[in-house]
Structure formats: C-alpha cells, structure tokens
Design a protein around this ligand. Structure first.
Ligand code: NOJ
Ligand code: CA
Length: 750
C-alpha cells in the first residue's frame, strides 16, 4: 500500500470515529422542579399536580395519580416572534427581520391564587341530563423581568378534576405585550416511559385516518406506512400524532392528552421525542408559518391530561365539556336532536352523482347555462328520487332528510383549487327547492341543507348570509357543511387559527339564523358544543364514507379519542355490506355485521344520527331496521358497562324525551361492538330499577355472521337474530359477537 492509500485509510477511520462520537446521543437533561413546588390535589385527593420553576426560571409541572407518575416534570412556555424595529434594515432589504424571543425561561413567580368549584349543569343535549363540574384550581402569575428580554406577565391556570387536569396560558392586558405572534408553543407532556398509544398521524389538514396501537418507540417506523391518502393532507413529522391521543401505562392507567375550547388559536398536534418520550405541542401554522396571533387580554385553549384507572371511566369523563364556557345562547328552544336519512350513500358509493351534466369542461357560475345543459342521467338529487326518500324517511319516523348535490357547481369542485366554486343558493334544474321543502314539511319532516365549501372559506363567507337566509326562507333548520380539499386562502390549513375562527364564525352566524350545524372536515371538536349547542355534529375523523377502508377496531377507539371533544356524524346504519350491489365496479365490503351497525347508535354518542343506507336495503331487513326506528338519540343517563380501547365497548343509555320521542319512553338501549376478534361479552343489567320487570328485544350476530368477510352466507337475514326475553336488575347477559360484530338491545319496562 503506498503512503497515500495508507493516509487515506487512516483519514477514513478518523472520520468514522469522529462521526460515531458526534452521533452519540446525549442523555436528555431531566427537568427538575424546585423543592418549593406548589402542590394541587384533585377533589378526591387521588391526583396531584406539582408546579414550580426550574433553576433557569422555566415553568414546569408534573402529575401523578396515587403516587404513580402520569406526567413526569415537563416544561411550559413559548417562543415568540420578535420583529426588529429597525425600519432602515427592513426598507433596504425588503424583508422583515425576525428573531425568536424566549418566553419560556427567566420567569419569576409573583402570585399564586387557589379556588375550587362544585356545580352541576344541564346540557341542551347529551349523554346524560346532568353534568357535574368539580375541580380545584391554582393560577400562578409569572413575570419576566426587564433583564430577561421581555417585560411581560403570563398566568398559567390549572384545574384539577378527579379524572384529569386542564391548564391554559393567559396573557393579561399589559403595556409591553399587547399583540404578539407565537413561533412555537413549547408545552411538554413527558410520558412515564415507552407506553402504549392509540394514535393517528399528526396532520395540519385531516384526521381521516385509521388508528394504530403501538408503543411510543414504534411510531417512527409505522407512521409513514399508515398515513392513508386524503384530498388535503400535510404531515409534519415522523413522530407527530394528533390529539385526542389515548395512552395506557403498563400498570393500567389510561391517559388521554387533548385540548378544550380551541377558540382564536390553532389546533395542536403533539410531536414526540422518542428518546425521552416527551411530547411537545405542535401548533398548526398559518400560511406564513406562524403559529398563533394573540391580542391581549388573550388565552390559549386548555391543554388536558385525563387519567383514570379503568377504561370505562374514560368514556364517562366530562373533562373536555367542563373546561368549556357555559351555553352562550339565550334561547335554545329551537335546537333539537335529529335522526335523519340522506340522498348521500348512493353518491358516496358511486351509484349516483352529485353533478348534473357532463357538458362543461369547466364551470363558471352565472355564466355556464345549466338550463340548456344535457343531464347525464345519474344526478342523485332529482325531484323524483328526493320525493322517494322523503316518503320513506317520513313513514319511518325520521326527523329529516339530507340532500347533497342539489346546487350548481359540482361538476367542477373536486381538486380544482377554485376560489369561487358554489354560490350555495342556486339549485340544479331538476331540484325544485320550494316544492321539495313543501312536500317534506307536509309529511312532517325537514330537509337538511348541504354546503360543500370545497375548502374555499373566503367563498363560503362571501355567501354565508344569503345562504342561511335562503334556508330560513324555505324552512331548513340544519346544515351539513364541508371543507374537502386544500384550504383557500391558499397556504392556510384546516386547523390553523384563521380556519378555527372561520368554523366558529359560521356556528355563531348560524345561531343567529336558528340553524344547527354539522361541519365535515372542520377542526376536531374540543367541547365547544357546550357553549354553542347548535353545533350538533362534526366529522373530523374517518367515518363510514371510507367504506371498506375502515378497520374493524376503529369504532372501539373513537369514543376514547375523537368523541371526547363532541359528537361525530359517523353515519352508521349500513345494511348492505357488499358494495358491488350499489356499484358493480366496487368489489369491496364494509367490514361490519348488521348488528355492529345497530350498536353504533348507542356506542357512538351523537344527537345527530343518520341511517345512512338506501331505503331499499332497509326494506329488505325490516326486523333489523326496527332498532334504528326505535333507538333514542338523546339520553338522561349513560352506563359504561365494558370497555377497552381497540378491543370492545358496551354502553347502556336511558332515553330522554325529545321532539318526536315522548317522555313515557324512558327505555334503555344497550350497544356493544368488538374489533377484528370474535368475543363473548358478559355484563350485568344492574342499572335497571330494582323490583321491576322488563322486556329485552335483542339483536344479535348469529354463528354465521362475520363482519370481516361479510359472512359465509349470502342472505343477510341469516347473519342476525331478533329475540325477546324478560330481564330485571339481577340479570346477566352474555352476548356473542362475530369478528367485527356487535349487538343491540332495547329494554322496555313491562
Ligand atoms: C366529504 C364529506 O365527509 C361527505 O359526507 C360529503 O358527502 C362529501 N364531502 C361531499 O361534500
Ligand atoms: Ca369527510
């Protein structure tokens, strides 16, 4: 080997050694809360919050339950946008010179106030008619002295309930901090190890994902493969996950991280450092990359950590609702639960279409002349079809019928990135707005309006007043809105601050028009339905519209995660699982049994419940359809009988009188769902009145039923049985569930 080769080899070794040294992970420095930490206990004394400042003046907290770590010491604070006020520089360079401002260290504590509350409030609709709001509070005022960069004050308010913690940052009005921009929120949630999580990928634009159960350390390898395609999608990190995030420790503590009352602030995801298992808030940026604009007095949403020792208690928790403000509407008499059908599933499955014609290569509303266009013959929202649905929905006791694809513009909405898409007021030539509403009203039901904004929020706001006025004119009292595609204004995201403000603006405007709102693709709910109960539904998760893509365990996780913030328009009730029956080119199946579909009316709480399938599929299974007709949609009480995220859920609920459903009807309804495993689920009926006798009507999977393959038999009737039996408070039932199956029971007092 000549000298040069030797030197080159030695150099290569040196580079490898240096690289190895450089790669060596530094153990993350532990956050230490000073000995003088303030301690706050939950009302039952089981949860303990500690708050203090670290040696460099960084606010930090920890949470434990009966001595077990829930959140290890974790830092709090922000990095703000600092704008140099050097105009000469800005003018010369044409750029604004930004520099980060530390708003997380160098604080001193100047005040600490304690408070507590124990009240009971009544929701307009809900899983129960009375909700207890019971917490102890600690509010600390922190000051950053002049020597520490900014001369500003921040309050951190903690509320500790028996089932979890809420805390938020507050920024009082002050001379030195009147308006500011957040570069990063740095709130940490340090996990007590490599625990189990049920997560979906963190994304600025969609939550329409299947959940994955894994250890925290596995997220990085699984995430890229588990991010299904969506019309609008922006992942931000290979360890980024969304709230609400369900977690479980090895000693069976169920932890849930979420947020409550997201108002005038971006929604947050969580980014995981998978060496230290610390999650940090990851706010949705605006089009320029900034993560929040605050005018003082201002506040962030509540950051929440639910912790319970039994999965059933997680479903019973009202933490998120309790952290929201009371009802802001004076008159709520016009708000009511809604059981509805829709001219919808036929479009979703491709049997019919939202659009009217194939004539226009592009559409320009007001210019493209639909009256002269040739219909393509597959338009779902035509007068005859809508009347057929009205007849069926009215005859079977429904409150309403959704009709999508009624208005001009659908030829040109998907993926077009158009600003001016729809006007929300001009019907297609074959949809008689006036006559169809009159026909529906004559039969005792209402039509539900549909506003697909195509994610052009500017266009929607432009037309909102006129669109809601049109609804008032024709007697619509509910709207389903939607935000498919990338957001316009260009560069904004579905969960950024401007969009959060847009969704709430629509809900408030709708309330002025006495209109109830069900928004799809909007930000995940964070309990705002307590304050604005006309927000009766949201999507914000993968729903039935994803058909065969929805995994069997999905509905055993959603009640722990997505539903914590408010009801979901999940659109259950599919009876024909074989989608080729609707669309010959689709050979997939919905992965569910009919009884699992029935159970969802109980397990997936919502005051807005759809029977999503077509009238002819219900006519073919009148026995099973009876449960959908009978089931209540508003409740006085809920009992969580069995639950384990990702595996199974069994819930019993007692009906509350509403609209078409009279007070006498205090029946109990029980629903149970399982994941991909067949199970026998055993539970007691000890919630029934002692000494009374009841008749139970039981809808059960048969031995032949199979929710994954759609069954070994062709006739759906062979996949379920309907039986009656006498039960009382001493009864114990064992229900067999097929793979991805379930059961439903109606219990009536004799
Ligand atoms: C997506 C919604 O989730 C779905 O329900 C609706 O039919 C389509 N967008 C069209 O607006
Ligand atoms: Ca959707």
């Amino acid at each position: 080997m000549d000298i040069f080769k030797k030197l080159a080899a030695a150099f290569a070794v040196l580079v490898m050694v240096l690289a190895a040294a450089g790669c060596k992970e530094k153990a993350p420095k532990k956050t230490e809360i000073g000995d003088d930490a303030l301690v706050l206990a939950s009302p039952d004394g089981k949860l303990e919050l500690r708050f203090g400042l670290t040696a460099d003046g960084t606010p930090a907290y920890s949470l434990s339950r009966e001595g077990k770590d829930v959140i290890l010491p974790s830092k709090l604070g922000f990095e703000l946008r600092g704008k140099r006020l050097d105009k000469t520089y800005e003018q010369k360079s044409g750029k604004v010179y930004d520099h980060p401002v530390d708003f997380h260290s160098g604080f001193s504590m100047v005040d600490a106030q304690r408070d507590s509350l124990d009240e009971t409030w009544e929701p307009v609709w809900g899983e129960e008619s009375q909700i207890r709001n019971h917490y102890n509070e600690l509010a600390v005022t922190l000051e950053k002295g002049k020597d520490n960069g900014t001369d500003a004050v921040m309050v951190i308010r903690f509320r500790l309930f028996d089932d979890g913690l809420g805390f938020r940052y507050e920024f009082p009005t002050q001379d030195k901090l009147r308006y500011f921009t957040i570069k990063e929120e740095l709130t940490q949630f340090a996990m007590p190890g490599d625990i189990t999580a049920w997560w979906i990928p963190g994304d600025y634009d969609t939550q329409e994902y299947n959940y994955t159960k894994s250890r925290l350390s596995e997220i990085r390898t699984i995430l890229p493969n588990n991010a299904e395609w969506n019309a609008s999608q922006q992942l931000f990190s290979s360890t980024g996950v969304q709230t609400s995030l369900q977690l479980k420790t090895d000693d069976s503590l169920y932890i849930n991280i979420h947020e409550a009352a997201v108002v005038d602030y971006p929604a947050t995801s969580l980014n995981l450092d998978d060496k230290s298992f610390i999650f940090t808030t990851w706010l949705t940026p605006d089009a320029q990359g900034w993560k929040g604009h605050i005018q003082t007095p201002g506040k962030t949403p509540w950051r929440t950590v639910m912790v319970v020792d039994d999965a059933r208690k997680a479903l019973a928790s009202r933490l998120i609702l309790n952290l929201n403000e009371p009802c802001a509407l004076d008159d709520v008499s016009w708000i009511h639960p809604v059981k509805y059908m829709g001219v919808w599933w036929e479009m979703i499955t491709g049997k019919s279409h939202w659009s009217y014609t194939d004539d226009f290569p592009t559409v320009e509303l007001g210019v493209s002349d639909y009256s002269k266009a040739t219909p393509h013959g597959r338009h779902g929202a035509n007068n005859d079809n809508v009347r057929r649905y009205i007849d069926f929905a009215a005859a079977n006791g429904f409150d309403a019928l959704l009709v999508e694809g009624w208005n001009e513009g659908w030829e040109d909405w998907f993926g077009c990135q158009k600003d001016y898409v729809f006007d929300f007021v001009t019907p297609y030539p074959d949809f008689n707005l006036k006559a169809l509403n009159e026909y529906a009203h004559s039969k005792g039901i209402k039509l539900i309006m549909h506003h697909e904004s195509s994610a052009s929020t500017v266009n929607y706001e432009r037309h909102l007043e006129e669109a809601y006025s049109l609804m008032n004119k024709y007697g619509y009292d509910a709207v389903k809105s939607g935000y498919v595609g990338d957001i316009i204004p260009y560069g904004e995201h579905h969960y950024s601050q401007a969009l959060v403000n847009h969704y709430l603006y629509c809900v408030k405007k709708a309330a002025e028009h006495r209109i109830m709102v069900n928004a799809h693709e909007a930000v995940r709910p964070t309990g705002l339905c307590r304050t604005y109960p006309n927000l009766i539904g949201n999507e914000a998760a993968m729903g039935t519209e994803f058909r065969s893509q929805v995994l069997p365990h999905h509905v055993t996780i959603l009640p722990f995660t997505r539903l914590q913030g408010g009801p979901m328009d999940y659109t259950p009730g599919i009876f024909e699982m074989d989608l080729s029956k609707l669309n010959p080119s689709d050979h997939s199946r919905v992965q569910s049994t009919i009884c699992k579909q029935l159970a969802l009316y109980v397990t997936m709480y919502s005051p807005l419940q759809m029977a999503a399938d077509l009238p002819q599929h219900y006519k073919a299974q009148p026995d099973a359809f009876q449960f959908i007709k009978d089931v209540a949609i508003d409740w006085q009480k809920s009992e969580y009988l069995l639950a384990e995220p990702g595996d199974y859920i069994v819930i019993a609920r007692q009906a509350k009188a509403t609209g078409k459903r009279p007070a006498a009807d205090a029946d109990w309804f029980v629903g149970g769902v399982t994941d991909e495993l067949e199970r026998d689920l055993t539970f007691k009926l000890d919630f029934l009145d002692e000494g009374s006798t009841y008749e139970a009507t039981i809808y059960a999977d048969t031995e032949k039923a199979d929710g994954i393959t759609g069954g070994k038999v062709l006739d759906a009737k062979e996949t379920y049985s309907v039986t009656k039996m006498e039960v009382n408070s001493g009864s114990e039932l064992t229900m067999h569930c097929a793979r991805s199956g379930g059961f439903a029971i109606r219990i009536q007092k004799k």
